[in-house]
Design a protein around this ligand. Structure first.
Ligand SMILES: NC(=O)c1ccc[n+]([C@@H]2O[C@H](COP(=O)([O-])OP(=O)(O)OC[C@H]3O[C@@H](n4cnc5c(N)ncnc54)[C@H](OP(=O)(O)O)[C@@H]3O)[C@@H](O)[C@H]2O)c1
Length: 245
């Protein structure tokens, strides 16, 4: 059986950077997101370095599709790593009607989507007593922000879910980690603002944000800790950012 690292949100930002980081270290990968073309383009790029990369377009909020994905993977690979980076901050801003209606969708992806993925792949990890799940939280899992009520709720929920699950797995060799980034220069801001997904040039930020590669390197470091070391939670922020969370 192959051993594979599964990354959600691999079509953009942090997830894509994690895929590149792991591919550079020889991991076999399974890339998950909804935008097939982007996943295929990334897979072609990474395969050129000699690693095995599979693409599985999937909406993580679709529990049936996620279970089917896990059943498929079980026929050819063991999931040794799961990085849940799929997420968004739609509905960001004052609580006006057009935004209010987007709140449930934020929780659906950021919390329920991660639960679907963990629920699908954790049983195999427990059976083998091996595996590492990294959930991408946020500084708003630790604090709140007026414009991001649903987002903060989703990330607080993800944090509680992960930490409680960690207790449930006490004594096992399955590791669970949470990474809480501050602002990262990805498409997150445009998606949260209801615009076309796009990167904003770093120079346009009022301060130097984190780069997706910097977060990916940190997630990679967490994954490379030898058992029995588990990084339970880690906050990573740009030095210029003191005001949120
Ligand atoms: N950027 C920041 O400042 C920041 C700070 C703290 C935490 N985070 C967290 O970091 C994670 C990654 O965000 P990012 O900054 O990399 O944003 P991004 O560039 O917009 O990437 C978001 C990713 O999530 C995927 N996604 C969204 N909905 C999905 C769904 N229903 N099913 C499957 N995949 C879905 C998107 O792929 P498709 O659209 O192709 O499905 C995309 O690959 C998120 O959880 C976010 O909350 C970001």
């Amino acid at each position: 059986m192959k051993r594979v690292a599964i990354i959600t949100g691999a079509s953009s930002g942090i997830g894509r950077a994690v895929a590149r980081w792991l591919a550079a270290r020889g991991h076999s990968l399974l890339l998950v997101a909804r935008r097939t073309e982007r996943l295929e383009a990334l897979a072609s790029e990474l395969r050129a370095s000699g690693v095995t990369v599979e693409v599985r377009p999937c909406d993580v909020t679709d529990a049936v599709a996620v279970r089917a994905l896990a059943a498929d993977v079980a026929t050819w690979a063991h999931a040794e790593v799961l990085v849940n980076a799929a997420g968004h901050g739609r509905g960001w801003g004052p609580p006006e009607p057009s935004r209010v209606e987007q709140w449930p969708g934020v929780v659906e992806v950021n919390l329920v989507g991660a639960m679907n993925m963990v629920g699908a792949f954790l049983p195999g990890m427990r059976e083998r007593d091996a595996g590492h799940i990294v959930n991408v939280g946020s500084i708003f899992a630790l604090g709140t922000v007026a414009d991001g009520a649903a987002y903060a709720a989703s990330k607080h929920g993800l944090r509680a879910f992960t930490l409680a699950l960690r207790q449930a797995l006490a004594g096992s060799r399955v590791r669970l980690s949470l990474v809480h980034p501050g602002s990262v220069n990805t498409e997150f801001g445009s998606v949260a603002g209801g615009r076309e997904p796009r990167d904003v040039p770093v120079e346009k930020w009022p301060y130097r944000p984190l780069l997706a590669e910097e977060v990916a390197e940190t997630i990679g470091w967490i994954l490379e800790r030898p058992p029995p070391v588990e990084i339970t939670e880690l906050v990573i922020r740009p030095t210029a950012e003191r005001q949120f969370g």
